[in-house]
Design a protein around this ligand. Sequence first.
Ligand code: UD1
Length: 352
Amino acid sequence: MKVLHVVGARPNFMKVAPVLNALKSRKHVVQTLVHTGQHYDANMSEVFFEQLCIPAPDVSLSVGSGTHARQTAEIMTRFEPVVLERRPDIVLVYGDVNSTVAAALVCAKLGIRVGHVEAGLRSFDRSMPEEINRLVTDQLADALYTPSEDGDRNLQREGIAPEKIFRVGNVMIDSLVRLLPLAQRQNKNSLPERYALVTLHRPANVDDGAALKSILQSLFEVNRDLSVIFPAHPRTRQRISDFGLNAGQLRLVDPLPYIDFLGLQSRAAVVITDSGGIQEETTYLGIPCLTLRENTERPVTVSLGTNVLVGRDPDKLRSELLLVLAGKAKKGTVPPLWDGHAGERIASLLAD
Ligand code: UD1
């Protein structure tokens, strides 16, 4: 059985690692790993391969950055010959990035089966590029592996046949469970006693100068009570400079490797973010998470976990932060099947 995995951007890497690993023990499975090169900086890609023990890609498409149309088209053009040559029995795509939808489209047209890992998530906000990627990928996929019950419901409502839907749990949490002990042993000497960990990269927050300025001002306020540590995505750093803003006293650092970032999350007083995956990781860790978005495609992090949507409302951010400082932040529980074995469940469904 030939399984071909496609990854391209940072949030894909912690999802593919457990599936690759679980399939390794199935002797009749031959795996191929394709990296589209959507993310290419060493600290956005290579270091994740090293820390997550992902083997070097068999094929690198080296597409790099571009507009959505250009990047998606480039991935499709370069990926098609790879599929034609390797003729996999199934192609697994991960999450909701441009590489995900591009690979799914190529396979659907060639009649190659597609499995979507992390299927069914919906923010119901089509202004997010990822929402478009999720909708299209799920329509094209033959096997849909969901992390939570809301995923199954969304897919059924969109007319996906129930026999194609498999609730396997959260593969990203598999990587977290495996590497948390290592992350917690990391040297914490250089860290402040209490700190807020911040990430920000959504176009809606960083591509609009006024929005970005207002968020930075809120973060300056947070920084009065808690040191702000802010590993900045290359796009965010670029925008801060494009708009002539400055990060003042915030500790702006380069994007961090997986284990280092996980260690920081696990010790943070609060995490402030617009990332999808970090909403899930903080829920697992029981760390308060204030999300700078009006909606989330991961509603269990709000209904069961520690996540609070504060949107772009500085007053809401302030009041939630006061709760954190007073030790009264929302408590949560870990959603079902976020147990470190999702990759194993996918491998069983595929190969056994
Ligand atoms: C992509 C995903 C997003 C995910 C995020 C995680 C899509 C539509 N978006 O967004 O869902 O949450 O990755 O990081 O697929 N850049 C670099 N070095 C890199 C990669 C990017 O400098 O290695 C810069 C480039 O200027 C590029 C910009 O970041 O134009 C945006 O990169 P891109 O891959 O288009 O989108 P992300 O914002 O990273």
